[in-house]
Design a binder for this molecule. Sequence first.
Ligand code: DGY
Length: 325
Amino acid sequence: MKPKVLVTREVFDEALAYLAEHFEVDANQGDVPLGAEQLAARLAGKAGALTTLVDRIDAALLAQCPELKAVCNIAVGFNNFDLAACTEHGVMATNTPGVLDDSTADFTWALILAAARRVGESERYLRAGQWTGWKLKQFLGTDVHHATLGILGMGRIGQKVARRAHGFDMPVIYHNSKRLPEEIERACNATYVGLDELLARADIFTVHAPYSQATHHLVGAEAFAKMKDGVVFIHASRGGVVDDAALVAALGSGKIGAAGLDVYEGEPKLNAELLKFDNVVLTPHIASSSEATRRNMAMLAAQNLVAALGGGMPPNLLNPDLGRA
Ligand code: DGY
């Protein structure tokens, strides 16, 4: 008999077909997120699950699912997993690193350009029928070329963002928990600086840190106060890394000249104040959402699940102690 697995949200047909070759699949293709109780009920008797970032896998849930052996996120972020609890319950946990780096970096640049050059605001104006003709001073924006790009969090995605700055003739500075090896700095054309220097020097400031207790509100009131007046602020990593109330205050005071945001604390609800600012580009957590990348993410998660339940080492195991057992 094939092991039973749950797919918690809608996925692409090829990922489902691949899973069906190996498992008896219960798929929530209706795509309504499952609440904690529903998730526990649907996981009863399942050996594995393909999960998304809205599925909370914690000790309380795991205690109700003794047969569960693997949870495979369709996301690189895994702050929806209590990793220690997964390890304690012998549940392998995986994510999807790598496949979304380029798409997410591309989208970060979409936010940079849209925010700095007032794309959303001017498009809304045109669509509203307000455009009466060309004017010299119309929608004056901030130049991206030659501006100093500051990157907080220089993992794979931060590095891809940095490399794309080359074409815009931008000096790139970064801060990271660990300084990168020289050859990577050279390839990214990026200079390591302390956090205060990054905050003080960046004309365009972009955040690429994963969410954890350690990065909770990494960018808050104190950080905004140290930024340049009129900074262009970009966030496409994970809600909670930025203190959204402090961000609203910094927008209100004019400290931030423009912002591009893809992720929010408590999403899909967002701080309603953000909606009041015309100089903010707001997108619904879609930085990785190109068709090819989302397909690749789903397939990689499925491959992780097949490997985990097939007795092998999943390519993206987050709790490797279990893989060695
Ligand atoms: C991720 O992979 O963590 C992304 O946020 C999903 O969109």
